[in-house]
Design a protein around this ligand. Sequence first.
Ligand code: FAD
Length: 477
Amino acid sequence: MFIIQDVEDIGMAEKKKINYVRIDMPKQPPYIRRRNFKEVALGYTEEMAVEEASRCLDCKKPFCVEGCPVEIDIPGFIRRIASRDFTGAIKTLKEKNCLPAVCGRVCPQEEQCEIKCILGKKGSPVAIGRLERFAAEWEAAQPHMDLPEIMKSTGKKVLVIGSGPAGITVAGDLILLGHDVTMYEALHVPGGVLTYGIPEFRLPGKVVNQEINYLQQLGIKLRCNYVVGKTKSLDKLLDEYDTAFLGTGAGLPWFMDIPGENLNGVYSANEYLTRVNLMKGFQFPKAYTPVIRHRKVAVVGGGNVAMDCARTALRLGAEEVYIVYRRSQTELPARLEEFENAEEEGVIFHFLTLPEKLIGNENGWLKEMECCKMELGEPDQSGRRRPIRVDHSEFRMEMDACIVAIGNSPNPIIPDTTPGLEISRKGTIVVDETTGKTSIDRVWAGGDIVTGAATVILAMGAGRTAAKAMHKYLTEM
Ligand code: FAD
């Protein structure tokens, strides 16, 4: 038996037989999953969840909570799973997080709560994300879902624009506090990136739907197909509401600005993923939106978005799929789990490689991609080593599709149509960091529209901060 010396409550640690090895989560084998859109990770059974939860030391000073942007009582929900009180576990989770089934799947726990887990010092940290997913799945499988208590109506009306994680969090928090909340969404379905971006094999649409249904059961009203700034301006809508929250995200794709980017067969990651996920192109012709099944596909970029595109292309039947990334594997911004999944499925990685030209055939379709090799220099502003072009290193690869996944800018419609809204040079909305308040009276903002493209949990954390400030304003006005 090992004793962890830096756990404050040494007595408790001594009493507990510490297990440093986490319970694996079953997955579809790579050779099967690379050709289907079903979820890759299959989740814990009750027995697995209880065993994994029993590894938690229930530290008196839980560092894991410090790592969670929405401050979930992590030891509290895990303790309840360990004692088979699954109802209590999901209740504890939902006190701070209205999207546990989503966060359990896509949050970068390895950089947040799990990296702080004391067990990680000598072995593997408690699988907090997997346990969160388990609790949410357990609840979804029950015939009835308990709804939390909603406070007496305040008679105040709240407008939430954008139904991604930031908007959902604001809506979820303020409805419980008794306000009347309406969420406006430009697309025909809610969920933001959770619905149009992250693929079915990582986050099934039915999971997002369940979370949205839950919000609707709490009484949140939803208006889809409504582009604020086009259908009606923010100014005009503010006449009907007491406060507004802008959670409109970062969905404007960047391109490489190289010759040939207008060729057929070249996509932005957003277009490609939207066709496949939101419009269900993978079910064409059963679904109306077609998506071409390319043979050799290059995805440019190294983040989660790039991994999602590459793995989607494989599932659509591509013979060869490459990730082309200008830095090395060490700098890869994607979650380690997603990189490993992509590699297992057969995605080929070209590190230290930069596309410089796309070459088409006589009909305007992509046929080749010209790249050069890179080497790493001194660290740049991001702290990562700067990629430097190696002269005379050009080479060509035959390719019939290229998906550009190098980043996104904030959605510009509301910033462009709202006089007085302060915007940064990068197009993000400027807010007071402690409250999310914008330069406009009665308007708050948060999520990717403020930070630029980031993560689900950071968008939720920003939503929580804004909701607190909006509630204070609404109750003191
Ligand atoms: P969004 O989710 O972008 O939602 C904004 C919503 O506002 C959209 O539905 C949009 O249609 C709507 N909208 C925009 N303009 C208007 C308007 N004028 N009127 C009405 N509605 C409007 N993060 C992770 O943590 N883990 C991951 O594994 C991960 N994978 C990702 C994979 C992909 C492919 C992508 C694209 C992103 C991924 N992210 C991941 C990032 C994460 O999804 C985002 O950081 C997060 O969704 C941001 O939330 P948000 O609410 O700010 O914006």
